[in-house]
Design a protein around this ligand. Structure first.
Ligand code: NDP
Length: 249
């Protein structure tokens, strides 16, 4: 049910935070993990942690040519791609009236268009293999609004609908496509938010029934579950990993 030996997984943004947490889960279950990020040093450090056959391919997920190079390299070096985790993401914290068009595009390109580009590139190999697993990373802002994150919320809402569309289109090819919606997780992304937003740390603790911030290790299990045979009849779902944050009224 949870054995990924012989499988190859691409994790975008797999060189830190939630992506590395998921990568460590996948590697622990036997998969070969390909880290696709921009920062070479971070990616090499992640590969050292991921061990056995892990590979770093310098990739900018907003760039179609760069994504094409990633998938060509994985085909050449690994001969297959069984699992794709669309995890790379950024936020630009501004209210809508202050966000420029180029900032809007930067967030949408990184968080949403990248998932389309990578899923589009992964599909032919997955279809030919007769199986595939795609995991898209959403957010609490796939569900809620937030005054400071208009492009981020639009991209993460879009991720859930894109997940459902691909799940419907590709179920007949035995490709399951699901979304994971993290709550508040302690990573580089939220460390900046905690510095900028007074009281954020405590308000997250107050609202989260589990009474703690999440950590990247919290994503090991969901990655293995959604990447392996255990989730064969689950597709189009959006699963929260949030310590109960989203069930609070
Ligand atoms: P991090 O900032 O730690 O990780 C983001 C990753 O995305 C980095 O590894 C970065 O790699 C990569 N990345 C950013 N832009 C690009 C790009 N253009 N091309 C390739 N890789 C890119 O943040 P998190 O781990 O927190 O975030 C991971 C995902 O989880 C994101 O989609 C985020 O929106 C989502 N999320 C996070 C939450 C949290 O509380 N932390 C809550 C809800 C969702 P590099 O620097 O090498 O480019």
């Amino acid at each position: 049910m949870f054995n990924l030996h012989g499988k190859v997984a691409i994790v975008t943004g797999g060189n830190g935070g939630i992506g590395l947490g998921m990568g460590l889960g996948l590697a622990g279950a036997g998969a070969t993990v390909v880290v696709a990020g921009r920062n070479r040093e971070k990616s090499l450090a992640a590969v050292a942690q991921l061990g056995r056959g892990a590979l770093a391919v310098e990739t900018d997920v907003t760039d179609e040519k760069s994504v094409e190079r990633l998938f060509r390299r994985v085909a050449d070096d690994c001969g297959r791609v069984d699992i794709l985790v669309n995890n790379a993401g950024i936020n630009i914290r501004k209210p809508p009236q202050e966000l420029s068009l180029s900032e809007w595009r930067q967030v949408l390109d990184t968080n949403l268009t990248s998932a389309y580009l990578c899923a589009h590139a992964a599909y032919p190999a997955m279809k030919a293999a007769g199986a595939g697993k795609i995991i898209n990373i959403g957010s609490m802002l796939s569900i809620f609004g937030a005054s400071f994150a208009p492009a981020y919320a639009a991209s993460k809402g879009g991720i859930v609908q894109f997940t459902k569309a691909c799940a419907s289109a590709w179920a007949g090819d035995n490709i399951q496509v699901n979304a994971v919606l993290p709550g508040w997780i302690d990573t580089e992304l939220t460390r900046n938010a905690r510095k900028e937003v007074p009281g954020l740390h405590d308000s997250v603790l107050r609202r989260t029934p589990a009474a703690r911030w999440g950590v990247p290790d919290d994503f090991r299990g969901i990655a293995v579950f959604l990447a392996g045979p255990a989730s064969a009849f689950i597709t189009g779902a959006a699963i929260t990993v949030d310590g109960g944050y989203s069930i609070q009224g």
